[in-house]
Write a protein that binds this ligand. Sequence first.
Ligand code: ATP
Ligand code: MG
Length: 260
Amino acid sequence: MKIFASYNIKGGVGKTTTAVNLSYLAARDGYRVLLWDLDPQGAASYLFRIKPRVKGGGKALIKGTKSVDAAIKGTDFDGLDLLPADFTYRNLDLLLDAAKRPERRLASLLAPLKAEYDAVFLDCPPSISLLSESVLHAADLLLVPLIPTTLSVRTLDQLTQFVGGFNGHQPDVLAFFSMIDRRKRLHTQIAQELPAGRSFATTVIPSASLIEQMSVHRAPVAAFAPRSQAARCYGELWREARERAGLGQAASPDRAAVRE
Ligand SMILES: Nc1ncnc2c1ncn2[C@@H]1O[C@H](COP(=O)(O)OP(=O)(O)OP(=O)(O)O)[C@@H](O)[C@H]1O
Ligand SMILES: [Mg+2]
């Protein structure tokens, strides 16, 4: 089981969009996938048409009085399950603070799911907190969407340095530009110059109105516009992420092939 975390300290950069599209594409490839919507805003739950509610709230999950397994819901897509958001997740920091070894808590909550899932995606709220630290410790690969500005790349350097200082397990980092607008000179310039010496994906996600329309369709872009450029870009990003994380072949058949 590989754990992918869609993470950035900054808000509104495309974390949820990435987690939703890549988890869908992973399931379509035949992997058994779980997406955990860790953001109390519940955007990923909304996009998969699932009520952002966990009985007992974040407290029951963190304390272990409710198993993660029992809170999981199926989505409309084969092979893709969702652990919904809950408004009480806004207190996850406090709950983790009260737990033993808080930075390891998420990893230990997910460990029993190893036999059930090939890939877990974590959609994180924008912050640098105890929760994010627990996410960073649990993840095999951090997917870091960036808007092309000099400051956002500085944030990436801080993040890389931070995880580089972890004892024991360190997640790999895969940054990529999201919402690139080719008409903006600054975007093109930064996208060309800044990847040098940093761990950047070759794939670039364009700014596209089809991607924005995910909230209207309440579905991943590849589900309602499979032949679009946007869907193709997420497909490429998923291939890069999968290879980087060293995820083996899916055991179940390719669901796309089965459908066609
Ligand atoms: N490539 C894109 N092109 C156009 N719009 C995009 C693109 N990616 C994301 N968006 C839009 O930008 C907004 C923010 O995206 P998203 O919710 O994925 O960001 P986020 O980092 O998860 O935000 P938050 O920090 O609030 O959780 C959304 O309205 C989304 O539809
Ligand atoms: Mg989000």
